[in-house]
Design a binder for this molecule. Structure first.
Ligand SMILES: NC(=O)c1ccc[n+]([C@@H]2O[C@H](COP(=O)([O-])OP(=O)(O)OC[C@H]3O[C@@H](n4cnc5c(N)ncnc54)[C@H](OP(=O)(O)O)[C@@H]3O)[C@@H](O)[C@H]2O)c1
Length: 311
């Protein structure tokens, strides 16, 4: 039987590249990249800048895709504050163009969104549910929320997965996990926020779930988060322990003392009842994923990720 073809946008990004490198055997991956030049990839790529007229249109046709995983975004929170119009277009408008086209062709469309659509002020341990009112507190979050709404309006059959994840990227600098790893490896002192909590997944656990979700009959907003709540400080300490670094190098601080440009949502406890039902109760957690985070380094997978950058 012919392999299913998945169009993966943002294939040079943290999620898109990890998904594509892990699943190019199971699927025919057609990855869309923009400014990052890649080489020696084991899957096909197309270069498009969504700012160019019509760049998104026609991609599904060109790729002869059986499904679309839309990972591309302006995902740098501080850059979105500086370039709100660009963020509105890439995060808010473009996803709906793909969603509409996927609907026209009756193929699955999985759009990636974020826990940051919530303000992080909800009290209690139950966490944010899919249908809780969102309240974005920075430009990135506002534009991602617009993207969710536009996608579901254009294509009610679409799945909008809100996620938070960590992993290894092309640059080695894209994720918080890489920041802690590199700093601690060099013996540098770093700060970890004690008042920003999240429920991350290792990108490989996330990719496994997305690979099932995309063919499922699920529709609408869907929380895909780890089952364990962590502060960013605790996360850093767990990374230090995983690699045998000194956790004392991490200074616990408040994000308010950090000088960051964009405001952060402090308390991102996410309800994953729907995910748990989908997975039969077997939801991975962010600390459990650190073993694979380490083994991906030891086994050479990270080298493979970083060697695909063209230079
Ligand atoms: N990273 C996280 O912790 C996190 C947390 C919650 C949600 N998310 C969401 O997860 C998704 C993936 O995030 P990520 O961390 O993998 O992002 P990333 O590493 O920043 O990658 C972004 C991707 O989008 C592409 N892109 C950006 N602007 C484009 C444009 N104008 N035209 C075409 N492609 C464009 C980039 O292409 P080039 O690099 O080739 O230019 C890159 O492949 C996003 O929807 C993000 O909002 C991420």
């Amino acid at each position: 039987m012919a392999k299913k073809r998945i169009l993966v946008t943002g294939a040079s990004g943290l999620l898109g590249l990890n998904f594509s490198l892990r699943y190019h055997g199971e699927y025919e991956i057609i990855g869309v990249v923009n400014q990052t030049k890649l080489s020696h990839l084991p899957f096909e790529t197309l270069q498009r800048d969504f700012f160019n007229d019509g760049a998104a249109a026609g991609l599904i046709e060109t790729a002869k895709a059986d499904a679309v995983l839309h990972c591309a975004a302006m995902a740098n929170v501080d850059q979105c504050e500086k370039e709100p119009e660009a963020a509105t277009f890439v995060n808010g408008t473009v996803p709906a163009l793909f969603a509409e086209e996927a609907k026209r062709r009756s193929i699955p469309f999985l759009h990636i969104s974020t826990d940051a659509v919530f303000d992080g002020e909800k009290p209690g341990a139950d966490g944010y549910r899919e249908n809780d009112a969102a309240n974005p507190i920075n430009v990135y979050a506002e534009t991602k929320l617009a993207g969710e709404r536009n996608v579901l309006e254009a294509n009610p059959e679409a799945i909008v997965a809100r996620v938070n994840f960590y992993g290894w990227s092309i640059s080695g600098r894209r994720s918080l996990s890489e920041f802690f790893y590199r700093s601690l490896l060099d013996g540098n002192r770093v700060s970890g926020f004690i008042d920003v909590v999240f429920c991350p997944l290792y990108v490989s656990d996330l990719a496994r779930i997305l690979s099932r979700l995309i063919w499922s009959s699920e529709r609408g907003l869907f929380h895909v988060f780890g089952s364990r709540l962590l502060s960013k400080y605790e996360f850093g300490v767990e990374i230090a322990k995983t690699f045998g670094f000194d956790p004392g190098l991490i200074r616990p601080i408040s994000w308010r003392d950090s000088g960051l440009t964009a405001v952060r949502s402090p308390n991102l406890v996410m309800n994953i009842d729907r995910l748990s039902a989908f997975l039969g109760g077997d939801v991975p957690d962010g600390i459990g994923g650190l073993d694979e985070f380490r083994s991906d380094l030891d086994s050479g997978f990270v080298k493979k990720i970083q060697e695909v950058r063209w230079n």
